[in-house]
Design a protein around this ligand. Structure first.
Ligand code: ADP
Length: 742
């Protein structure tokens, strides 16, 4: 709460192109501000509303931003506003803000909008003085608000801003693109056609590059890395080789800003002509256009925007006239602040570097993982190995273990293709570790894994089977007879256990003395050494979509919903779906449930329904408490709630393991598989045989020796000792309803 007598008033606006997730940010800004005792105004239609004033600047209440989390676009509107580019327009805007006592702004937009905000901030004292002089604002008001404080959030589907790993809307746009590519793939494959798909990104190839990987497409053209002169021939040769190796379709992704090295635009239609003329393929063009801005925001865009919206308010409340304005973004899934104008300048510098045709530098400026994705893609798309065939190819086997996780197939496909690219012979073990014991091993070719990128489930089979001690001998014999030189194990907790066991028994069974690497794949996100596991993002999206439906179904009555989600002893899915789905309460296994908590919950529930609440959404992790089950919670709430509200439960169950992998899971799976193959190749070249597990730690792919596994886990609860996401509980609490304190 502000210490001054006058409450702090802040404004929030969305400006420039709309992006999914803007609503989640607005909601978080409004609720965090109210929580802190500040008044918050929506400025409708971006800067246009600020210039126009009147009812385009309106005070918002807690409930005004209810039921908007799931909506695409922005409910407070956005516009391009030429008037704000002129001083006269900004003068009117300053008058309108001063009339409401607003001197703090959260601006959600692209680099244009943020530049405009900064100009406005710099001019503010002058503008205020002129308004006093003109008699439009009184002196006391101007003195009370000597400075304008701003904070920027980046809303842009292009992911084109320096200072944040992801911009609001980019992940949802990627969802739309992947939905389209998956659909196109099925029709293209039926007719053996070629498709050219144009995606957004005038200056940034992020959407094109990530979608070519996540969509399992063949060729990509991005502004940062134009193809060499005469690129048409190698492109056609690559597509021809892919066809010969078993592809039924060819898909080329073109960023809308793609051009050749001389800067001449390359249009989707030109690519179509090339394919038709040189390959004789029936080729269609699909320009995705505004579809990419549409639809419901993805789970990621909801929780990430919530985090940055919350942090923006904290930043703004702590700001002073002297403090440098900040951009609030994310780095490795954590909120990160950076000087706003520096970010804008660096963003514009990338654009200038591209315009100056310094493409090597443009790739450097985009960052390490962008370059890495570009390299990985090239290796994936090439049907022919990039190395000369070795005298004796090494034999690497791929196996799954643990519960199903969407993205297992994506990881297996990437491992197979990248392994082949390194000259290895790739094998698949069917039926998990049980299949290994039974010798169900077959060679996998480039074409054998075709189409696996987008496929949910696990083509090779996955089970929680762990070989018993007496079966280790057989397992070792099978590895020996099949001449397996390395193992890539993609799976969850039990896969890690099996790998650990093999590793621990390597003295007794020398066949286990081979390099092996575990890739985390589990919807529960409960694996050590990785902040995220393959499958967790897909499950989160499934849950969030289900929550949207559940909420809609509850609109007719006053209702409490208790939704049970998976996760075993890890509360990741429960907390993140609570954040992304706008739940009132989450029950986590890390915290357990006590009777006194339930009593408090019931009291708050009753109070809030009496105050007019229509829906109370609680999310309970399946293992939050073995006695206070979901059913028990529902009965308790029903009984205690009397006739004030009714209670329903929804146990989401195995739909959370189903579904096709989300774009993030496909990219994570591909990156992890690439590093896994690099690791095994390195070990084989050195003649060493380390057993390891790999994961994403603060944005970097990191490997840990298997012998370190016991030090990193809580074995009783089958979860890592460190869980980074637990700190996000404070944001969840800050956004829980005002009448509910936990
Ligand atoms: P984005 O924010 O997505 O980059 P634009 O560049 O179109 O989108 O900017 C959105 C709005 O921000 C503009 O219509 C204008 O009102 C304001 N704006 C952009 N650049 C400036 C500027 N240099 N000075 C003042 N206002 C600006």
């Amino acid at each position: 709460m502000s210490s001054s007598l006058q409450p702090i008033s802040m404004g929030v606006l969305t400006s420039g192109g709309d992006a999914q997730g803007m609503n989640a940010a607005v909601r978080a800004v409004v609720r965090s501000a109210l929580r802190q005792g500040a008044a918050v105004y929506a400025i409708y239609e971006g800067y246009q509303g600020m210039v126009d004033g009147g009812d385009r600047i309106r005070l918002l209440s807690w409930d005004d931003v209810g039921s908007i989390l799931h909506r695409g676009g922005t409910v407070i509107g956005t516009a391009r506003c030429p008037a704000f580019r002129e001083r006269e327009g900004r003068l009117r805007a300053a008058r309108n803000l001063l009339q409401h006592g607003i001197d703090r702004l959260v601006v959600i937009g692209g680099d244009g909008s943020l530049t405009g905000a900064n100009i406005f901030r710099q001019e503010w004292p002058e503008l205020a003085a002129e308004l006093v002089q003109r008699g439009e604002v009184d002196e006391a008001t101007a003195q009370q608000h000597p400075a304008l404080m701003i904070v920027g959030l980046v809303g842009s589907i292009d992911n084109d801003m320096v200072g944040t790993d992801m911009t609001i809307g980019a992940n949802s746009a990627l969802h739309r693109i992947i939905e389209a590519i998956d659909a196109i793939t099925s029709t293209a494959a039926s007719h053996q056609r070629a498709f050219v798909v144009e995606v957004m990104g005038r200056r940034c190839g992020y959407l094109a590059l990530t979608s070519v990987i996540a969509g399992g497409a063949d060729y990509v053209l991005i502004p940062e890395n134009p193809p060499d002169e005469g690129w048409e021939d190698p492109m056609c040769a690559l597509l021809r080789a892919g066809r010969a190796a078993g592809r039924r379709d060819s898909i080329v992704i073109v960023a809308e800003g793609a051009h050749d090295r001389a800067g001449h635009p390359i249009s989707a239609d030109y690519v179509r002509q090339v394919l038709e003329e040189r390959l004789g393929e029936d080729t269609r063009v699909t320009i995705l256009g505004h579809v990419q801005r549409g639809g419901a925001p993805s789970a990621y865009d909801r929780w990430m925007s919530t985090l940055v919206g919350h942090a923006a308010v904290e930043e703004l409340l702590a700001a002073t006239a002297e403090s440098e304005p900040q951009l609030i973004g994310v780095r490795y899934n954590r909120v990160r602040r950076a000087p706003l104008m520096l970010c804008v300048e660096q963003t514009q510098a990338v654009a200038q570097t591209i315009a100056a045709q310094d493409y090597a530098q443009a790739m450097v400026l985009r960052g390490g993982s962008f370059t890495e994705m570009s390299r990985t893609f090239k290796a994936l798309a090439e049907a022919l190995p990039s190395v000369a065939p070795p005298a004796r190819p090494r034999r690497i086997a791929v196996v799954h273990g643990g519960g199903l996780a969407p993205g297992m197939n994506t990881a297996a496909r990437a491992a197979v293709r990248l392994g082949l690219d390194r000259g290895h012979t790739m094998l698949g073990i069917r039926g998990s570790f049980e299949g290994l014991i039974n010798g169900r091993i077959e060679e996998l070719t480039w074409g054998a894994v075709e189409g696996w990128t987008a496929l949910g489930g696990a083509e090779l089979g996955a089970s929680r089977y762990i070989p018993a001690v007496e079966q280790l001998y057989t397992a070792a014999r099978v590895l020996e007879t099949h001449g397996i030189d390395g193992l890539i194990i993609i799976g969850g907790w039990t896969a890690y256990q099996a790998a650990y066991q093999f590793h621990a028994e390597r003295e007794r069974y020398p066949a286990f003395k081979i390099p092996m690497i575990c890739l985390p794949a589990s919807i529960d996100n409960n694996l050590p050494g990785s902040e995220l596991s393959i499958g967790a993002d897909t499950a989160l999206n499934v849950i969030v979509e289900a929550l949207d439906r559940i909420k809609q179904s509850a609109m007719a009555a006053r209702r409490c919903f208790v939704v049970e989600v998976m996760g075993r002893h890890c509360g990741y899915l429960a907390l993140m779906s609570g954040l992304a789905g706008g739940a009132e309460r989450v029950y986590l296994p890390e915290e357990g449930i006590r009777l006194q908590d339930l009593q408090a919950d019931v009291e708050h529930m009753i109070a809030s329904f009496r105050a007019g609440r229509r829906l109370y959404l609680a999310i309970r992790n399946e293992y939050a408490n073995s006695h206070y089950t979901t059913d028990f919670l529902c009965r308790l709430f029903e009984e205690e709630g009397d006739a004030l509200f009714d209670v329903r439960q929804a146990v989401l169950g195995h739909i959370q393991q189903g579904g096709n992998p989300s774009p993030f899971d496909r990219i994570l799976a591909t990156r992890l598989a690439a590093h896994g193959i690099d690791f095994l190749t390195g070990e084989l070249e050195r003649g060493s045989a380390t057993g390891a597990f790999i994961g994403l730690v603060e944005g970097k792919i990191t490997t840990f020796p298997l012998k370190q596994l016991p030090d990193m886990i809580d074995p009783a609860h089958r979860r890592p000792l460190e869980q980074w996401w637990l700190e996000l509980r404070s944001v969840f609490r800050a956004l829980a309803p005002l009448d509910v304190e936990h």
